[in-house]
Design a protein around this ligand. Structure first.
Ligand SMILES: C[S@@+](CC[C@H](N)C(=O)[O-])C[C@H]1O[C@@H](n2cnc3c(N)ncnc32)[C@H](O)[C@@H]1O
Length: 529
């Protein structure tokens, strides 16, 4: 940071906050580093970010996670700036959560006359940002706002004579780290726009909302974020903002199996929008690597009204596939239920030989996905499975000797506050886990590989590491075998939700939409293997 201080030494900084001044004073007292500062100036002028890299090395990942400080790689910044450059009239660039200024610097260089407004809460990052702007010769047309993006009022900045462009990588901070008053802000502001809001929304959702509040017709923008909001319930607000207020023009999803931000486990989608210039179709595009992003050309055209009605957007990235003739959705044949949530596996899961509880309350169950992967096409035995302790709601159903033992167990559980856990409190009786009946087919639903569909003739129960497939109408053993066999042979990771690094998850509804042969085809044994 002494180098940042050295780069800033020649500037008259009047608007720095107290923490920045403190950092600057420390930097000024550091050993003379003019030679190193010269080297850094050269590297910054060449488009590198040595100070930002130093910042990332200095700040531990745990501290950076709490403020969502993940800096954007060059190819993503270049692609987004290339898209912005198509609007040469841009008068002002706003970089919310600017970090070391990767977007601001690249946009400032590409859009010669534009003013730059960089908003950043972190004083150390702002010091780096100011040094970068200075070294890049952009300080004169920049304003660094020390504060929260949600409090920014753009009319307080120098008024532009052309469109404002918003560009950046809004911080990804999960909802449980967000202060209650900001959740209230989100609900109130979204409510004013008549939009749905979820308490689970992360900080990037707040940034989209604030952008919609600040932007006017003719403005434009491009943000890179993690891709979850495309499909999950809390993303509803972002989807609605993009369709109804921000004029989404295109989306560019980076294949979730790659890690676009280096070793940070996150996905990436780039959104481009032009306020007040909504087109009838929106470009949807998926690229295998960030190197393929290019200048964010529009991809497959998806009708705007489809976006409005779709509850998930990633399926729109691929043209719909027609299932083969005679195939139906799995949900037509079977209900797909998530396994039971115990709420405290350490209490409610035990070995089969647990002598401290009566055998009548111990139910062999699949409690680890590995047990299904290892089983192959069918569970051959209950041996090796652990048991779920499932007590009756009415303890009078136990005989007196069993009841004494169970009450001793419950006293210990209570002493460990198990009865106060979230799930326990929301059960009819905190002590009764309420296992579902054994499912004839049990499926894994979250792995870096396609799900395993395992026949369960031995009657194992399962907890929420797996889904159970329960036939709507009785099925013969042979049909169940063929159904599980065809699912294992044909289901790939497509159709699930892919998370960073290729982890794929099938919610029950997604599994129910898998195409399978009809019962008639299964009965005639005319199935793909
Ligand atoms: C994902 S980083 C992006 C940094 C930079 N724009 C880039 O892409 O390389 C998000 C930045 O937002 C900042 N930040 C977090 N919360 C903020 C808030 N409420 N207002 C303004 N900035 C914030 C963090 O300190 C961090 O530098």
């Amino acid at each position: 940071m002494a180098v940042a201080g050295c780069i800033l030494r020649s500037c008259s900084l009047t608007d720095v906050s107290r923490p920045e001044r403190w950092l600057l004073d420390r930097a000024a007292g550091a050993a003379d580093c003019e030679a190193l500062a010269d080297e850094f100036r050269g590297r910054i002028a060449a488009g590198n970010d040595p100070l930002g890299d130093a910042f990332l090395a200095l700040r531990s990942p745990a501290v950076r996670r709490s403020s969502g400080a993940v800096y954007s790689p060059g190819p993503i910044v270049e692609s987004m700036v290339a898209w912005l450059k198509r609007e040469p009239a841009v008068a002002r660039v706003v970089d919310p959560g600017a970090g070391s200024g990767r977007f601001a610097l690249a946009a400032g260089r590409a859009l010669a006359g534009a003013r730059l407004v960089c908003v950043e809460t972190d004083p150390l990052a702002r010091l780096v940002l100011r040094a970068n702007l200075t070294a890049a010769g952009l300080a004169d047309r920049s304003t660094v706002v020390a504060g929260d993006y949600r409090l920014v009022r753009l009319d307080e900045q120098v008024g532009p004579s052309g469109p404002t462009a918003f560009i950046g990588n809004p911080p990804y901070v999960r909802h449980h780290l967000i202060d209650g008053r900001w959740k209230q802000w989100l609900a109130a502001e979204a409510g004013r726009l008549g939009l749905p809001v979820s308490g689970l929304a992360g900080l990037h959702v707040h940034f989209f909302l604030q952008t919609a509040l600040l932007a006017s017709s003719g403005d434009l923008g491009t943000f890179v974020t993690s891709a979850e909001w495309l499909d999950v319930n809390y993303g509803k607000l972002v989807r609605a903002l993009l369709v109804r207020h921000l004029g989404v023009e295109s989306l560019h999803l980076v294949d979730p199996s790659v890690l676009p931000f280096g070793d940070v486990a996150t996905t990436a989608v780039i959104t481009c929008f032009r306020v007040g210039r909504a087109r009838r179709t929106v470009g949807f595009r998926k690229v295998a690597t960030i190197g393929e992003l290019g200048a964010l050309e529009r991809g497959l055209g998806v009708r705007r009204d489809r976006l409005q009605s779709a509850s998930r957007w990633t399926p729109l990235l691929a043209p719909p596939k027609r299932p083969p003739a005679g195939y139906v959705e799995l949900g037509e044949l079977c209900r797909v239920h998530r396994g039971t949530v115990t709420g405290a596996n350490a209490t409610w899961i035990t070995g089969r030989d647990d002598a401290n509880l009566p055998a009548t309350v111990l139910f062999p169950a699949v409690t680890r996905a590995r047990e299904l992967f290892d089983a192959g096409d069918r569970l051959m035995s209950l041996d090796g499975l652990r048991c779920v302790i499932d007590l009756p709601e009415n303890l009078d159903d136990l005989d007196p000797s069993e009841r004494r033992v169970v009450e001793r167990f419950l006293r210990a559980a209570r002493a460990g506050n198990v009865h106060e856990g979230y799930i326990a409190r929301h059960r009819k009786c905190w002590w009764s886990v309420g296992l579902r009946p054994p499912a004839p087919i049990i499926a894994t639903y979250m792995a870096r590989r396609p799900p395993a569909f395992v026949r369960n003739p031995v009657g194992a129960h399962h907890v929420n590491v797996a889904h159970g497939l329960y036939p709507r109408e009785p099925m013969t053993q042979a049909i169940l075998d063929r159904l599980a066999g065809t699912l294992s042979a044909t289901v790939t990771t497509a159709g699930g939700r892919v998370y960073a690094g290729g982890l794929t998850k099938f919610e029950p509804g997604e599994m129910a939409r898998l195409a399978v042969p009809s019962v008639e085809l299964l009965a005639a044994n005319e199935v793909a293997a």
